[in-house]
Design a protein around this ligand. Structure first.
Ligand SMILES: NC(=O)c1ccc[n+]([C@@H]2O[C@H](COP(=O)([O-])OP(=O)(O)OC[C@H]3O[C@@H](n4cnc5c(N)ncnc54)[C@H](OP(=O)(O)O)[C@@H]3O)[C@@H](O)[C@H]2O)c1
Length: 281
């Protein structure tokens, strides 16, 4: 496993396991146990995924020392604001059966995320969280949050895959020492990512699949990736990305796949903002 060093010195695995949309409790527990058995040490969950308890059960059972794992969760919009966020952090810890989190993120830049962030700084200072960060913060809100808080977010988890490479946003993150982390590194299979011709061609050259090439590309761009799969075989496939290297020609070819546009939604679209803010109730 390779690691990145966050802006507070904490080491974070560059490859982890994402648990979004694995809502069945037994299935989620099985998936996380399989992922840990294969070698994943970073597990990414969120209050909004409804699976923190299942993730916690798997962590409890897995037999790997706590300090070797890296557990991330995120405060949801409905828990925004200092008091609610503070309470929700305790609830997440209880559901996960953990004394501390490795990384805690503001899930979305909506509602009172300043209050949320203050509660997170407090938890960080109390040792309940080793690093704090944000998710889905585009340069405008990211810079604003950085300018008016004493702790610079260690991580910004954003949509990031070969079709949406966030080149400009990553420059801003780098400028302020914020580690980029890719959500949906496979674009959830949209736009035929797994059958994409250039990804397949590069894969053929290295004896690898499109999925492995996509992850390797992001890793070589110094981006932390958290692919999700419920299949143990695909967990292994996605984990086996440290035994080959993309050359400049490969990297440039994949850089050429960037459309500069989200495959999901824009955080600047008023309808999307209305939808997200409605989650506050
Ligand atoms: N912060 C946020 O707002 C946010 C938003 C979205 C996601 N996330 C995080 O990022 C993680 C990953 O993103 P994601 O789950 O949205 O999507 P993803 O990892 O880009 O793609 C997952 C999809 O790809 C399939 N898949 C995985 N490996 C494969 C392989 N080797 N070959 C073929 N198909 C494969 C999976 O199907 P099977 O499961 O059937 O294999 C699933 O349909 C999430 O789990 C979550 O932890 C965060």
């Amino acid at each position: 496993m390779e690691f990145v060093e966050l802006n507070n010195g904490v080491r974070m695995p560059i490859l982890g396991y994402g648990t979004f949309q694995i809502t069945d409790e037994q299935e989620c527990e099985r998936c996380v146990l399989d992922a840990i058995e294969i070698g994943y040490r970073l597990i990414d969950t969120a209050q909004a995924y409804g699976n923190e308890a299942a993730v916690g059960k798997a962590i409890k059972k897995c037999g790997i020392p706590r300090e070797e794992l890296f557990v991330t969760t995120k405060v949801w919009i409905s828990n925004a604001g200092y008091e609610k966020a503070k309470k929700s952090i305790e609830e997440s810890l209880a559901r996960l059966q953990l004394d501390y989190l490795d990384l805690l993120l503001v899930h979305q830049p909506f509602n009172d995320y300043y209050g949320t962030y203050r509660a997170m700084i407090e938890a960080y200072k109390e040792g309940k969280v080793r690093a704090i960060g944000v998710s889905n913060f585009y340069p405008d809100r990211l810079i604003d949050l950085i300018k008016f808080n004493e702790v610079v977010p260690a991580v910004n988890q954003v949509e990031l895959h070969p079709f949406f490479q966030q080149v400009e946003a990553r420059k801003i993150m780098k400028k302020y020492g914020v580690q980029a982390q890719a959500w949906s590194p496979f674009d959830q299979g949209r736009n035929n990512l797994f059958e994409n011709e250039p990804l397949q061609a590069v894969g053929k050259k290295h004896g690898k699949t499109s999925a492995q090439v996509a992850l390797r590309f992001l890793i070589q761009e110094d981006i932390v990736v958290i692919p999700k799969t419920v299949s143990k075989q695909r967990m292994l496939e996605n984990f086996t990305v440290f035994d080959f290297e993309l050359d400049d020609e490969d990297m440039n070819r994949i850089r050429g796949l960037d459309t500069g546009k989200s495959s999901f939604f824009s955080h600047y679209d008023p309808e999307i903002v209305e939808r997200f803010t409605s989650f506050a109730r």
